[in-house]
Ligand binder design. Structure first.
Ligand SMILES: NC(=O)c1ccc[n+]([C@@H]2O[C@H](COP(=O)([O-])OP(=O)(O)OC[C@H]3O[C@@H](n4cnc5c(N)ncnc54)[C@H](OP(=O)(O)O)[C@@H]3O)[C@@H](O)[C@H]2O)c1
Length: 336
């Protein structure tokens, strides 16, 4: 299998290379692309892989079987469609295709049934939405959800290499470089993504719309406030939810304990540093709202490494799901 990573020099692209290695995905040829050619390449399985500028012509000539996009909305919009039309599987970390009709938005632990044999483009959902949905899905299955409210505490690496550099620079005493809407060192910034100063930010809209799509609940009320914090890795979320029927912490714990991809902490807390470089979503502090008499209002704290489960790992898991479903059997049968 010939696998391309577009954006291989970025934080998500670099993590895709690592996760492909760690999970021993059957990659025969690895092709790496970025915005420009690089004399120094990227490392994959102990070897140096040259990095080429991603152009339509170059990708068409290289003919990958699978193309991971970890670059930008613009690059995905320009390059992904032609690859899919040529028969490649596209796994795209940008927002370009996520809400398109007839395009599945898949978390393999949550909605693997959303994949159809004819699909070629598989967007990876927004990282905050993935962490949230992994924790909400078992609750939706067990007792149903009536509404969800979430406040997020998002790591700087969610803004890519520029986000990490901005925090490191401010820690060294440099002036803020404009990556974030306000200084990030010793601060919290209640704006993630575009914001016109009135209403939701782009990130808040993505969290609501993509979570609804992945849960298959277009009617679900979701409200989000997304906040950037001076944490390097892993997003945290305080979630307030209402269930469709009365339930108990025991029943919610039971659903979460059995859920694939979830680690339940029945006691104590969990922090972003605890989950850095891991693939599971951690859930703690599940509790009823203190004055609730209906048995339907609860809160929980969730944490997940957004570079891994929120991006790279989820994309690689989609590829593993397609391999397991026999999507590449034809290509392998005809391989030289
Ligand atoms: N960071 C996260 O936690 C996260 C989570 C989920 C989804 N995402 C999404 O994943 C994508 C990558 O994000 P990131 O955080 O990894 O960003 P990043 O660290 O800034 O890396 C961006 C990568 O894209 C490449 N690139 C930029 N413009 C390109 C173009 N026109 N053609 C080809 N390659 C281009 C860059 O190459 P050069 O090195 O040549 O500039 C670099 O390799 C974005 O769509 C982002 O929204 C990020």
């Amino acid at each position: 299998m010939k696998v391309a990573v577009i954006g291989a020099t970025g934080v998500v692209g670099g993590m895709i290379l690592r996760v492909l290695e760690e999970r021993n995905v059957p990659v025969d040829v690895l092709l790496a692309y970025a915005s420009r050619d690089r004399a120094d390449g990227v490392r994959f399985r102990g070897a140096n892989v040259p990095v080429a500028a991603a152009t339509r012509e170059r990708l068409a000539a290289d003919r990958p079987d699978v193309a991971f996009f970890a670059s930008s909305d613009d690059a995905s919009a320009e390059l992904a469609g032609a690859l899919a039309d040529a028969g490649a599987i596209v796994i795209d970390n940008s927002a370009t295709f996520r809400l398109a009709e007839n395009v599945p938005l898949v978390i393999p632990e949550v909605n693997p049934h959303a994949v159809r044999a004819s699909d070629r483009i598989f967007p990876v959902a927004n990282c905050t939405a993935i962490v949230l949905t992994v924790a909400l899905a078992p609750i939706e299955r067990a007792v149903g959800l009536r509404s969800v409210r979430v406040a997020t505490y998002q790591a700087v690496s969610g803004a890519g290499r520029a986000g990490l550099d901005a925090l490191a620079g401010e820690e060294r005493g440099e002036s803020p470089d404009g990556t974030f809407a306000a200084p990030i060192f010793r601060n919290v910034v209640p704006q993630v993504g575009s914001y016109d100063g009135d209403g939701d930010t782009g990130e808040e809209k993505k969290v609501a719309a993509e979570t609804r799509k992945m849960l298959g609940r277009s009617d679900l009320h979701i409200a989000a406030t997304t906040v950037r914090v001076p944490v390097m890795r892993a997003h945290s979320e305080a979630v307030f939810f209402e269930t469709s029927r009365a339930t108990s912490v025991d029943e919610l714990h039971d659903a979460l304990r059995k859920a694939p991809g979830v680690v339940l902490h029945e006691h104590g807390i969990v922090t972003p540093r605890d989950v850095e470089d891991t693939d599971l979503v951690h859930v703690a502090r599940v509790r009823p709202e203190s004055d609730d008499t209906s048995g339907t209002r609860f809160q929980m704290w969730i944490v997940g490494d957004q570079l891994r489960k929120g991006a790279a790992t989820n994309g690689v898991q989609i590829l593993e799901l397609l391999i397991a479903q026999g999507c590449f059997a034809h290509a392998e049968a005809h391989a030289p």
